[in-house]
Design a protein around this ligand. Structure first.
Ligand code: RP5
Length: 187
């Protein structure tokens, strides 16, 4: 856990109260994954989607992982984002004990994250995990929001606004590139 994260937790322990029950759970194998997974937290915050964050490990706390997965749907969760590095069994083990959609985030640790990516993506038939890119926490959160938007018009509207900002970003980038001056540049 980095210093910024620790100080934020200490300074604002009651943030999040009154925003409703969590729709998304962000679960990670270790708090060493948090610097990456904070991007998912930020995106869900930005789009006003209630979420919870937990650390559980498929290898270190297997019983707790199964208990979490079995009770997740009953608690009102709609999507689970599970992040893990190395021999990343967490997303698959969760998917084995729930019918909720599970989005896996391979965390870059050893072997540039290829170990975690292959562990998460190669699930046996019948137990799917939707795998995003290595360290792609923001995309995992967006995918979760896209799932929620199918049945929630307010979330869908905020998602549409968010996507519009991506277009504006590229339009602005092209204005900046157009202003670059080179002798042989033609636009
Ligand atoms: C995985 O092992 C975790 O998801 C983490 O990416 C990695 C290392 O964990 P720590 O030793 O830092 O707790 O299970």
């Amino acid at each position: 856990m980095d210093n910024n994260t620790q100080s934020r937790q200490l300074s604002s322990p009651r943030e999040g109260s009154g925003v409703g029950s969590p729709l998304v759970c962000i679960i990670m194998g270790s708090t060493s994954d948090l610097p990456v997974m904070e991007k998912a937290c930020q995106l869900l915050d930005q789009l006003q989607v209630p979420f919870e964050v937990k650390a559980l490990s498929a290898h270190r706390t297997p019983e707790a992982v199964e208990q979490f997965a079995r009770g997740a749907k009953e608690r009102g969760l709609k999507v689970i984002i599970a992040a893990a590095g190395m021999a990343a069994a967490l997303p698959g083990v969760i998917a084995a004990s729930t019918t909720l959609p599970v989005i896996g985030v391979p965390i870059k640790g050893m072997l540039d994250g290829l170990d975690a990516m292959l562990s998460i993506i190669q699930m046996p038939p019948g137990i799917p995990v939707a795998t995003v890119g290595v360290n792609a926490a923001q995309n995992a959160a967006l995918l979760a929001v896209e799932m929620l938007a199918l049945s929630d018009d307010a979330i869908a509207a905020r998602l549409q606004d968010y996507k519009a900002t991506l277009k504006q970003k590229i339009e602005k980038a092209n204005e900046e590139l157009a202003a670059l001056k080179f002798q042989y540049k033609t636009n």
